[in-house]
Ligand binder design. Structure first.
Ligand SMILES: [Zn+2]
Length: 316
């Protein structure tokens, strides 16, 4: 993904570290973070004063354009414990921008709280069995947050992000995908990452659609796209690796059996297993003690090198 130059979006800054390699890889780590404030609330609306305070808060949050994400409380004790790391006065946090959602964010690692970061919502509320209890959290909606949601474009099929300033109309990252049917191409038309499910994806003109279909046909058939190239390279490696192992097994079986013939050991009761690359004596009929002794003597002659391959002896 392209990384926007520092300073292009007000409020963006760089230099976040201490993120685990696994998480960084999962998130296609993008060093941009946005600063905002998280606050929590807790009201018992059976009390008139708290009910009034809650109503005022809801009105303010709705006016700010937030939509409430309601979740069943995991604690049921009225504490919304998932956000107990937020002090009463609120907490300044940094939001990652590698993945942009319409109603939530991943935070950067929060010192002394979480090395992995947390999932936070523009506004989330826990639903308790006692419906009078209203507990949740919300984020201050900064201009930078609004801007990046608007400027970042997202594919409706694969979710690939295109950072602000990108001029693409449709996604090219998934055009050669094996599961992408032609009838699904309209989903590749990019929309702001902050668009909600209710927003309508732009419809391509007939001319643009014809170009997209042509690009799709080429990506699906020519096989020069990076994913197709990588797929072919994998197949080539697999073919070569299989051939190498097959040749190694055949060579070992040939040389082993020739050695046995040269040393007058019968091949009738020995087999070579490809999967273990070992010879097995007595595989058809387990050897008696006397036969085993004679065989070992034959395999380890006193006056010559011993049988040079791994083997097992099945004895009675
Ligand atoms: Zn895509």
């Amino acid at each position: 993904m392209d990384v926007q130059a520092p300073g292009m979006v007000p409020g963006l800054f760089f230099g976040r570290v201490n993120i685990s390699a696994r998480r960084a890889s999962n998130l296609h780590m993008n060093a941009q973070t946005l600063e905002t404030t998280i606050r929590t609330y807790y009201y018992d609306t059976s009390k008139p004063a708290e009910a009034e305070q809650y109503a005022r808060l809801v009105a303010r949050l709705l006016k700010g354009g937030r939509r409430c994400f309601a979740t069943l409380s995991e604690c049921g004790a009225g504490k919304g414990y998932r956000y107990t790391w937020v002090p009463k006065r609120g907490k300044t946090i940094e939001l990652e921008t590698a993945c942009i959602f319409d109603n939530q964010w991943n935070t950067a690692p929060i010192p002394k709280v979480s090395a992995q970061g947390h999932r936070v919502f523009d506004w989330a509320e826990d639903v308790f069995p006692n419906r009078d209890i209203k507990s949740g959290h919300y984020l201050k909606q900064t201009d930078a947050m609004k801007a990046i949601r608007k400027s970042t474009l997202k594919c409706g099929w694969c979710g690939h992000h295109y950072p602000g300033g990108h001029t693409a109309i449709w996604c090219t990252a998934c055009l050669d995908g094996p599961d992408l049917e032609e009838k699904l191409l309209p989903l590749l038309v990019l929309m702001p990452a902050g668009a909600s499910h209710n927003d309508t994806r732009p419809v391509l003109s007939a001319d643009d659609l014809a170009v997209l279909v042509a690009d799709y046909v080429q990506a699906q058939t020519v096989g020069k796209h990076s994913r197709a190239v990588a797929h072919k390279a994998r197949q080539r490696r697999d073919v070569l690796a299989k051939a190498k192992r097959t040749i190694a097994c055949a060579t070992m079986e040939r040389d082993g059996k020739i050695w046995l013939l040269d040393h007058d050991v019968s091949l009738d009761n020995v087999i070579f297993y490809d999967h273990t690359q070992r010879f097995s004596f007595g595989w058809r009929t387990p050897l008696s003690a006397d036969v085993e002794t004679a065989l070992v003597e034959a395999l380890k002659p006193l006056d010559a090198p011993e049988f040079p391959f791994p083997y097992d002896i099945q004895s009675v």
